[in-house]
Design a protein around this ligand. Sequence first.
Ligand code: PHE
Ligand code: NA
Length: 515
Amino acid sequence: SSENKESWGSRIGLILAMAGNAVGLGNFLRFPVQALQNGGGAFIIPYLVCFLLMGIPLLWAEWAMGRFGGKHGHHSTPFILDAMDKRRFWKYMGVFGIFTNVAVAAYYCYLESWTMSYVYHSVAGTFAPMSSEQVAAFFDSYVDVKTSTTGLPYEPIIFFVLCILLNTWILSKGLSGGVEKASKIGMPLLLIFGVFLAYKGVTLQAGEHGAQFSGLVGLNFLWTPQFDSLANPQVWLAAAGQIFFTLSVGMGTIQCYASYVRPKDDIALNAMSAGWMNEFVEVVLGSAILIPIAVGYLGIDKVIEMTKSGGLGLGFRTMPYLFQQWGAIVGAMAGVAFFGLLFFAGITSSLAMGTPWMGFLQDEFGWKRERAAWSFGLIVLVLGLPTVIFFQEGVFDEYDYWAGTVSLVVFALAESILFAWVFGMKKGWHEITQGADIEVPTVYRFIIKYITPALLLLVFLGAMFAPASGNWSEAIGLLFSGKGWALSDGAIFAKLFNQDIYRQIEVATDSATKD
Ligand code: PHE
Ligand code: NA
């Protein structure tokens, strides 16, 4: 049915590409901030449980679905899901697996473009003479396109466009000629930079180079488990959300990459290699850089305080100044390593986000790869510009919420039901284990069938109806005593029907009619 003859060049290339897909800005920017916002050691246990009970099962299911779809000549989720069950519903559900990627790519590429700019400024020595306030102010001014004073006019837009062009160009070279090559270069460099910075973070000494605390203070905060958090649904939601985002599950990218695996080739071990590599990078490197260094200089309270207002900027607002404390040369090296690492992590992920869209157009409309790649670049530019221009108004965060969080849960819930209950575990298990180079633990047959969908449903309902107090048992008590349900502003339900943005528009029109 399809002219789409892409394929992976080698097994190591496939694993690096899949690991590159998973390892992203989520590992180095989102994970530390989630951990800080959710109580450090209170976060880590739910996080690991979610990895074992939702992350791993979804990895296997998505790889299996992808390879299965590929056998039938399909490389995007509408048609992969359709190959698993003919009812229309699944095909439409599969559209999530294309559009979520495009929408996430729109704001993700913007974030990625900051890292390009910051590599440039680290090399150019922009940060060298700056005080800590100036470095923070530099970022605030950078993202304020209208008044951007960072030297180049419209600098954020220039780097955003450059970043999209680079992504598009690599994508137009195809899977083995573009994506795989980028991963083979990017992933090793990322690991080298990461190990260097983690070493600097962990060995940071109180009193040396102006640090107040040793790097271990931040690490201890993160790694001292607090078991009482297990009863806090809010923390569970955050942990589940992070597991989804970091593993790239519920997105459609894994299915797409896996659809180019040959029918008899292993997926069970490949899925684990890429998944565990992501976890290594996240819990080892991701926790040994930003938190130890930021906490070492600023203290835990200050850093937590800083994550309250837009966490993703934390690294940009603090690190360039802190690196300077290590001296001009080591400081510049650390800056290049840190933002370079972020750049490689980012680009190997945003490339992945382009492939479902391209696969769809190549398979179903017979588009050439180059044309499909450029159309992706164009749509990312169009969808992304609002996040650039209206960054201060919170458009970026809205994208992250709807595309980067809610959609993932909805899609993962649907596909896990399709896989385990409609396609069925008999066929599903066969797909996972066929050609497997490892013995897949049979308990996962049970987990994939019952535990994963049930947990996903809980996460979904929890996110949908989160109570204002954040206290579920109290809220349920109040409900049964007839006092109703006070929704949190952050609940999906509240956001859907009572959005701030509507309120703002109302206020604006109200005052207009009064004049
Ligand atoms: N997993 C990537 C990260 O941690 C993000 C991503 C999500 C990449 C979805 C591809 C698809 O940053
Ligand atoms: Na990740």
